[in-house]
Design a protein around this ligand. Sequence first.
Ligand code: HEM
Length: 551
Amino acid sequence: MPGALLPTSWWNFGPYGPWVHRDTLYKKFGSENFSVVPFLVGAPALYTSNLEVVRQVIGTEHRPGHPFQKSPLVNRPLGKWGQNIVAALGGETWKKHRRVVGPAFNNKLYEKVWDESIATYRQMEDAEGWGQGTDPDAKRVVDLPSVQEISTKDMYSHNVRSQIALLVIARCGFGFSFDWNAPPVGSNGEMSVQEALRVLADSFVVGLIAPNWHLAPGVYQRSFDIEDLTIVLNSFSRLREAFASFSGFMTREIMQRTTEVRAAGDAEDRVDAFTMLVKANEQMKGGGKLKLDSQEVIGNVFMMLFAGHETTAHTLSATLSLLALHQDAQDEISQQIAEVVGYERDPKFEDYDKLDKVLNAFLESLRMFPAAHVVIRDTIEDTVLQLPSPVGQEEPSSMALPIHKGTSIVIDMIGLRTFALPLITLPFGETESQLAHTEYNPRYFPNPTSFKPSRWAGVNPNPGSGDGAPASDPEPEPENAFTAFGIGSRSCLGRKFATTEAVAVLTMLLRDWRVEPALLVGETKEGWRERVLGSPVLGLTLGVRQADVSN
Ligand code: HEM
């Protein structure tokens, strides 16, 4: 943790290492795998960007005796709000959560995600005064000082607006009817539930590192005078208020929905993930040991906020930024939207499969800016990994590498799929053949540094059952598989949730608007690209910097 606060260098690799050194990292070691050995504290780590090694580490995690599992150091804090599917280290605990949470991710939910994404977009359009394309009073140009405002949040602003991704997760994940412009304080003068959810989403990292006593009711009243505290303590205080408000609300909601589900049984028609989770839990056969208790239900619902909000929002911002730079790709997408949907009606969920160019742009942006930039596992017993030879060296075809218990395995998602984005280190205007001599991973993709949505044509980002839930013993992924949602049994449960929301929002936006970079005075497009895409924000997830665009 202290290392994360210091600048990245060869002596302090830290969380930014894979991004900062992405052009040279694997070239330096002549391999897609290398070790980082700590001088002071911490476990030695093997970093990998090789799909074959990744398959050995996370491809078959659900099988008994698998030598790798989620790391307690990384995952225990995620269970702070209640044990849940993401925080569970593995084994029976994870299976118990997966059995209850998995069924909530089905086509009914995705249909709701689609409809709510469109409704939220329309609300934003009204609230922001954009007007619709055919409206004579519609604005012709809208400057968005930060495209994140419509998709995610500005962590440092105290006056942030509700955003698409947060509202969609609140409506579809939790079943709340939140509004784009809802006031932060309720009629009783207390923080509204919507505001509480936003504060919790904004302060997720602070919430994770804050000690548990911090969240105990009354602690600030006992220890300090809130008025005199610094802004940091104020934000802690707001977080505590938000946590208290939200937990109380959730506990009441669980009781109410359990009552409703018991009364209505299969006839219960609410299809948000929260209600479906409560329903699956109620219908769970096999008695109490297979059921989740109410704290675990809260933990899982809360985890959706973390897993499903910032990741999708960051990728939406990256997609709009990359499309602003690639007008040709944007033209192709607009043309497909015009052909499939036209201008007379709103897009429907049934259009999703036909809007593959929209989806491919989102996937390509996620490849270049993988929101979940590292996936970490612990070695729980001594084992051996087979490392394939570096590209171009055919003999020997693989090497056995002993891995000792306690070693961390860090899957570098940036290296796995992009290896090197030449955005910082290479001058612009370089040709593809020049790029071919720079470092990137040629094993999987030709020209990995180029934004090419078409590389995903025909690739299914939702392998497995087809409804977003991966099969329990999935087939090994092909070399050109889409891996930014993880692979294997613990891969992303919300992948179809994310792609459905993204396709709906992008279709609405790109049908009516052309997105262009909003350049600063004297700035070139290359300068904008460097400023916005060259040094992304890395927190729990990875995203592009403040992207200012014009629609
Ligand atoms: C662009 C958006 C997203 C990305 C890039 C993403 C990425 C990932 C990745 C890489 C994992 C595997 C982590 C690991 O193996 O340690 C994961 C797991 C998970 N994600 Fe996502 N995710 C996204 C959106 C969502 C959404 C929208 C939801 C829910 C609403 C969600 C729910 C989950 C859950 C529940 C898991 C844990 C699955 C398990 O352990 O069985 N994700 N995600």
